[in-house]
Design a protein around this ligand. Structure first.
Ligand code: SAJ
Length: 486
């Protein structure tokens, strides 16, 4: 028995006109890839004409990308589809009534880090606009990272209220989570497999029709909408768990006086069918906008789930524990700093600490939820003077960022490496010691950047994440340094 929606889709025919709401890192590449496909006739890019992002409308319609940073192929593709009149950006959401499919690529940030509750306000606004102009037989797809259950409940409710129609009968509804990484937006959309989940099979099939033409090496993986939401949050939750595992092992190795990188190499040597261990890298913490929040989306999803969860009473989920371990790493960096300075009888009050690296990830200017921030806060609370260097981050609210390494390390009592930017791998121990101008300068390596022996032999007090084999090294005395004993 065919459903009403099947009849509607049959009479509409294949998807030809598409709308993409939210001209950001996710929406722009998605829209121009749809527009570049011969399967589709035209794509509207919907962007609110707000004071903060209204400028994007004219930029895009001039064929220019409003996105910062290098995005291979994107500038050319925007210009191409605009010149061919296959794409146009507009603040007029009423044009949704003329499309066959509309996708929502709208951010769902945390309202505040403490509450770990997502701010769905922009997404809800987008859903209301969509519902208001929705026509029969249109497919609606959510691409934002959302709490499992959102598509099938919140989104369905808003769309039905605003449109007066019924999801799954009068219009289609699905979730197709984005998996893009800044710097490789087009490649990720084309090459990553695409999870596509409808609220029923007809909606899933229509969403498969929408996304298939933009994939090159990627394959479609169809499932239910809620399974798609869980997949997206779980793939980041699992990565966070993998990182927490090696971070916990690093803490154990420090306590047991061994080198975590020896253990890592050993465990990683187990390769092959079904026995490979996904051993990642320990570090000063986990930042960014994915791994720091997606675990809590997943946790909230299971909390509001229809069926009762069977799990040991009062026990944190291993996923939440993983978050707590990873969020402990900047605190551990602080503990290592205190231990190192105590070895040379330097109370923190009034000391100068140089932080090398503010970005949450190597060789990037992305400073969302940086592990360096809690580390800096702890130092300031202890009375330290803190200066921050980062070669890529231009600015950060409330934190002066220097681009002159020599200024930041000058006369510093302690240097702490928080981000593994390439530049830091070339730091010369002799130069650093001279610039810090201390008998026993302190260096805390949060990203396995330096060779401990080179710095220890220069008279540094060294501490490194996971380096139980070096963290209690002998201190080179002044005399042995002047006599040049190695
Ligand atoms: N980190 C470690 N140890 C590791 C790997 C990362 O401490 O072994 C830290 C990084 O320093 C950083 C944080 O974790 O502070 C996150 O790093 P990330 O490499 O996971 O980068 P993200 O947060 O941008 O994650 C994104 C995600 N991609 C999408 O959401 C589409 C994630 O699913 C990808 O696995 C990841 O990129 C990737 O592989 O590049």
């Amino acid at each position: 028995m065919t459903t009403k929606l099947q009849e509607l889709l049959k009479s509409k025919g294949p998807i030809k006109k598409i709308g993409v709401i939210g001209m950001g890192y996710v929406g722009i590449p998605a829209a121009v890839l749809f527009a570049d496909s011969d399967n589709f006739d035209f794509v509207w890019g919907f962007q609110r004409d707000s004071s903060t992002s209204g400028y994007k409308i004219d930029m895009l319609n001039r064929g220019e990308s409003p996105l910062k940073g290098e995005e291979p192929g994107l500038d050319e593709l925007i210009k191409k589809v605009v010149d061919r009149k296959k794409f146009k950006c507009t603040p007029d959401f009423s044009k949704i009534s003329g499309v066959d499919a509309v996708t929502l690529a709208i951010q769902t940030p945390f309202s505040n880090p403490e509450s770990l509750l997502p701010d769905f306000s922009a997404l809800i606004e987008g859903l209301k606009q969509t519902g208001k102009y929705l026509s029969e037989g249109t497919l609606v797809v959510l691409e934002s990272t959302i709490t499992p259950g959102t598509t099938d409940e919140l989104a369905r409710q808003i769309l039905e209220e605003e449109s007066g129609m019924t999801a799954g009968e009068d219009f289609g509804l699905a979730h197709a989570p984005e998996r893009v990484m800044v710097g490789r937006l087009l490649r990720n959309i084309r090459e990553h497999d695409r999870i596509v989940g409808g609220i029923d099979q007809v909606c899933t099939d229509r969403a498969v029709e929408l996304y298939t033409p933009v994939l090159t090496t990627g394959k479609i993986i169809p499932m239910s909408a809620t399974a798609a939401e869980v997949t997206k949050t779980a793939e980041n939750t699992f990565r966070d768990l993998q990182i927490a595992s090696i971070n916990q092992l690093a803490l154990y190795c420090e306590a047991m006086g061994i080198n975590v990188y020896d253990v890592r190499a050993g465990v990683d040597s187990l390769k092959g069918e079904g026995i490979t261990r996904a051993v990642l890298y320990p570090g000063a913490g986990v930042g960014g906008h994915c791994l720091t929040k997606d675990t809590y989306h997943l946790e909230r999803g299971v909390k509001i789930s229809k069926e009762k969860l069977d799990y040991p009473d009062g026990l944190d989920s291993i996923f939440v524990l993983a978050r707590k371990v990873n969020d402990f790493m900047p605190v551990h960096m602080y503990h290592l700093s205190v231990e190192a300075l105590e070895r040379i009888n330097k109370p923190l009050e009034g000391l100068k600490v140089a932080i090398l690296g503010w970005a949450f990830i190597n060789n990037s200017d992305d400073a969302r939820n940086p592990p360096s921030e809690p580390y800096r806060d702890l130092l300031i609370d202890s009375g330290c003077k803190v200066e921050v260097h980062d070669p890529h981050v231009l600015e950060y609210p409330g934190v002066p960022i220097s681009h002159e390494l020599s200024d930041v390390i000058k006369n510093a009592d302690c240097v702490a490496i928080l981000t593994g930017h390439d530049q830091y791998f070339n730091i010369d121990a002799g130069m650093l010691k001279e610039s810090m101008n201390q008998d026993h300068p302190v260096i805390i390596d949060g990203r396995n950047v330096i060779d401990p022996d080179v710095f220890i032999n220069k008279g540094f007090v060294y501490k490194g994440i996971g380096r139980g084999d070096k963290n209690n090294h002998k201190l080179r005395t002044k005399s042995s340094l002047t006599l040049g004993f190695s």
